[in-house]
Design a protein around this ligand. Sequence first.
Ligand code: SAH
Length: 279
Amino acid sequence: MHNFSTHKPATVVSLAPQTRPTQGKVWLVGAGPGDAELLTIKALRAIESADVIFFDQLVSQEIRELFPRGVPSIYVGKVKNCHSVAQTDLNQMLVDHAQRGLTVCRVKGGDPFVFGRGGEELLQLRQAGCDAEVIPGITAASGCSTSADIPLTHRGVSQGCTLVTGHGERELNLSWSALAQLNHTLVFYMGVSRAELISEQLIRAGMAITTPAAIIENGCRDNQRVISTELSSLQQAVEEHKVQSPALIMVGEVVNLAQQLKAIEPQLSATGQYQSLSA
Ligand code: SAH
């Protein structure tokens, strides 16, 4: 039995309700790649409970429409090479609002912990004494690969996948030979402006020039485009199709599976029933 007699007598002076410090909360919410139906229930609940929302560029219009009316929502995204709000100012804003007792939602595209600066923000918020928590989201690699019918892994084809950034803080410091030797799916985030470098380096490191590659632009959105090509033609494909951000580059044999899947795609029959063409 627990011996309560060892506990010190309570010496905490209780504060009058109006002077009791209120503690708000910051939720770092992963909003997924764009399709509002891919939001988690937890993400939606956090958004619905927010007193104030800060969101960035990757948060789709469809998801912004779910923000509760009357709740201030502030755009803090960045336009290429130019932050609309500096990261340190933004963190301070989050802390200030939470310290006023508010529930703050920082809504980010995809998953906050995948090339989303979620770790940095969480560190700074907790260092500032804030109650802060991350809600995971579907990352672009997962969302885009499913909506493009390109499995990230596939038995007998690819035993793994690696998520890589095409954009370094200063310069890109990747081991291209290690990537080429993995012999599995490579997914490049923020890689469109580096398409030439990516294909050149991987080919130099030993990957076949004919390795299948795909560019998925605006994945999981109404305007999604999937461009299939080969490793050596990546840059040409970006130029020809005038690929815009956000776009993801997938490299590996799994890209060919999309063709196979497409060939047996179920078609809507005249009766409204789905049937397989190969049946
Ligand atoms: N945290 C995000 C990634 C942020 S980095 C996540 O987990 O998805 C930004 C990059 O993600 C973009 O340059 C692009 O490469 C990729 N990306 C994000 N959303 C995308 C989408 N809907 N379609 C294609 N690429 C996307």
